[in-house]
Structure formats: C-alpha cells, structure tokens
Design a protein around this ligand. Sequence first.
Ligand code: ADE
Length: 226
Amino acid sequence: MRIDIISVAPDLLQSPFNHSIIKRAQEKGLAEIVVHDLRKYGLGNYKQIDDTQFGGGAGMVLMIEPISNCIKKLQEERNYDEVIYMTPDAKTLNQGTANTLSLKENILILTGHYKGVDQRIRDKYITKEISIGDYVLTGGELAAAVLVDAVVRLIPGVIGDEQSALTDSFQDNLLSPPVYTRPAEFEGMKVPDVLLSGNFPKIDDWRSDQAYKRTEEIRPDLLDNE
Ligand code: ADE
C-alpha cells in the first residue's frame, strides 16, 4: 500500500513512522509512506499557504491553490482509492474503517491546520473525512499518524502472528479480555486458574465471557451497535 500525506508540518510525521511495526512494514515493502510539504506549493515569494476568512472571524484558512496544485500533481502520478481529509468535524475513526482502508492500494491524506481548509477543496477532491475523536488538535498530523498506524498494522503480513490483529479489541465490537504473563503469582495476586488449566475450549469461553463483561461495563454503546 502507498500512503501519501500532505502536511504543513512534515517534521511532525517523521518519528511516528520510524519505529517498530510501521517501520518494519516499510522495510518489508508492504507499506510506502511519503510526506509532502504543502509549503513547497505556496504562492509567491513568501510561499503563502493560508489567508483570512471571508466573512470575518478569527483564524487563518488553508488556501485552495497550494492544496489543489499538490493534489493534482500527486493524482497525475497515480490513482488514489481514497482522498482523505483529517478533521474534527467528521465521522469518528473506528476499527471497521481501518479494516476497509487496509485493503486499498493508494491512499492520499490531507491534514488541516488553523481553521481548516477552504471548503471547496473538500467539495472537489475529498472522498472521505475522518476525525479521531471529539476533541480538537492543533493540526491533522497526529490524527493522520493515528490513522496510518491503525491501517498499516492490518495489512496482511505486517504483523507476524496473523491471529494477533484479528483478536484485537473492537474486531468483533468487543473490548479485549484481560491478559497475563509470568509470574503466575505476584504479591499474592494470582492469574485466573483457567488460564493455567491447559483446557483451551474452556479458556476460549472464559475469554469471550470476560470480553463481553468488560464491554458491558466500560463501553456498553458498542453492544448497542450490534
Ligand atoms: N484535526 C484537528 N483535530 C482533529 C481530530 N480530532 N481528528 C482529526 N483531525 C483533526
């Protein structure tokens, strides 16, 4: 999968993709992540990329021409399955969206800043808008990093143990059951007997039960969506 990201703060996106699983995915050739500096497409000597709002109001708006020129150039090089805009005023990212996007070949992600982008960019180029939660970040870069991480780890072959991604929280609309490792007892706190029993059907039942109980207690809304 190829992922292009357009940003006014490309430096913010260097570190998140240079660690562990996401780094290895790129080294294995399963994901290619390329960040484009919007400033390079800025207008005039000052490389202007933002301007005040029509109609007045605080905050700058990212201008249409630099973004349009950048998107057009990238679209000349390849077809994108989705052109995504990261913004708080959109549907919230969930595991289902991450699963769907992990099957795509080319994705282009636009990150906003300040008051956001000129609405005409959204109308003309954007095929999908994604928020990572009901709070406002200073820019879309961290949101894009979250999206890319959630998607890339699902690409077949990225996580060695295939089972591991499939048994994540949310894959079946349930939170994960608790997990334990050695020692079997720590300061009087014991690992549940069933996990030491070697009885795998029973362990599966226990895990399902725990996942359901946890979801009911912490995120009952997930059960309503079934
Ligand atoms: N940009 C600023 N806040 C955001 C959010 N919550 N989700 C996606 N992009 C954003």
